[in-house]
Write a protein that binds this ligand. Structure first.
Ligand SMILES: NC(=O)c1ccc[n+]([C@@H]2O[C@H](COP(=O)([O-])OP(=O)(O)OC[C@H]3O[C@@H](n4cnc5c(N)ncnc54)[C@H](O)[C@@H]3O)[C@@H](O)[C@H]2O)c1
Length: 248
């Protein structure tokens, strides 16, 4: 039985992870960490320093603000961490890389298998189509999402850009007299209602357009992926892991 701590246990994703684990005979939620008061049948702490339970893995669906306290605690206890929150800064990413030298860390902006396939297809399409097709990415999410563009849109942009030696710059939205399009990948964020997550990568050439897209229909797909990652990372040596490692 894998004992799991959920960071962000009181949030929407925290609730979905609880539901997935409740139906899983191989895992249990032993406690949570959340800055907001939460009543969910397990102990919930506002800080990692207060955690008393024995924990085999952490699943974090909170916010980048939790990162430092969480990783300091995980390094001391040698507990693997699944980082599922998004919006990390370049400094956060450096910090994550350094922490992964001391404990196992799994990080992905998107746990769906479909998105991970989409990343591969986008790179393949970019390699095949080359410079004569302009790449524009559009992501759509619910009205409460804190960060923009989504971590997944950035990951898709990186996949496309890897076909060009990472030489294209990213342009987030456009406004005013922007002039001719340059060597760039456009990224556009739409927010509204309860949209779970839509990502579309458009390759626009002369007189033809190719569009690759993914639509998440429920948050459960992300929660299931995170629980799978928590089981997979248990017992792994220190290092930074991602979906490619888990999916082989
Ligand atoms: N990787 C993925 O596949 C994936 C999928 C969906 C959402 N997400 C990301 O997961 C995160 C949470 O999404 P959500 O929809 O559940 O948001 P939410 O706002 O419903 O929940 C976030 C929870 O984290 C808590 N929290 C915030 N800051 C904290 C801190 N410093 N320490 C401890 N707890 C803290 C909040 O109180 C809240 O209960 C977001 O970053 C979102 O982008 C990732």
């Amino acid at each position: 039985m894998i004992r799991i701590l959920i960071c962000g246990i009181g949030g929407k994703m925290g609730a979905n992870v609880r539901d997935v684990i409740a139906a899983d005979p191989e895992a249990e939620v032993v406690c949570g960490v959340d800055i907001a008061a939460t009543d969910c049948g397990t102990p919930v702490y506002t800080s990692f320093k207060d955690v008393r339970e024995e924990v085999d893995a952490v699943i974090d669906f909170s916010s980048p603000a939790a990162l430092r306290g969480e990783l300091e605690w995980a390094k001391t206890k040698h507990v693997p961490v699944v980082l599922a929150a998004t919006g990390y800064t370049a400094r956060d990413l450096e910090y994550i890389k350094a922490a992964a030298e001391e404990t196992a860390v799994f990080k992905t902006a998107n746990f769906s298998i479909g998105i991970n396939l989409l990343k591969k297809l986008v790179k393949e399409a970019a390699l095949a189509l080359g410079e004569s097709f302009d790449i524009e990415i559009t992501e759509k999410h619910h009205r409460l999402k804190a960060d923009a563009p989504s971590g997944t849109a950035l990951a898709l942009a990186e996949s496309a850009n890897s076909a060009f030696g990472d030489e294209k710059k990213y342009v987030n939205g456009r406004e005013g007299i922007v002039g001719k399009r340059g060597t760039e990948i456009g990224i556009h964020a739409v927010r509204g209602g309860t949209i779970v997550g839509e990502h579309e990568v458009m390759f626009a050439g002369d007189d033809e357009i190719i569009t690759l897209s993914h639509s998440a229909r429920s948050k459960k797909v992300f929660a299931s992926g995170a629980v799978k990652a928590a089981k997979w990372i248990c017992g792994k040596s220190a290092g930074l892991y991602g979906m490619e490692d888990m999916l082989g």
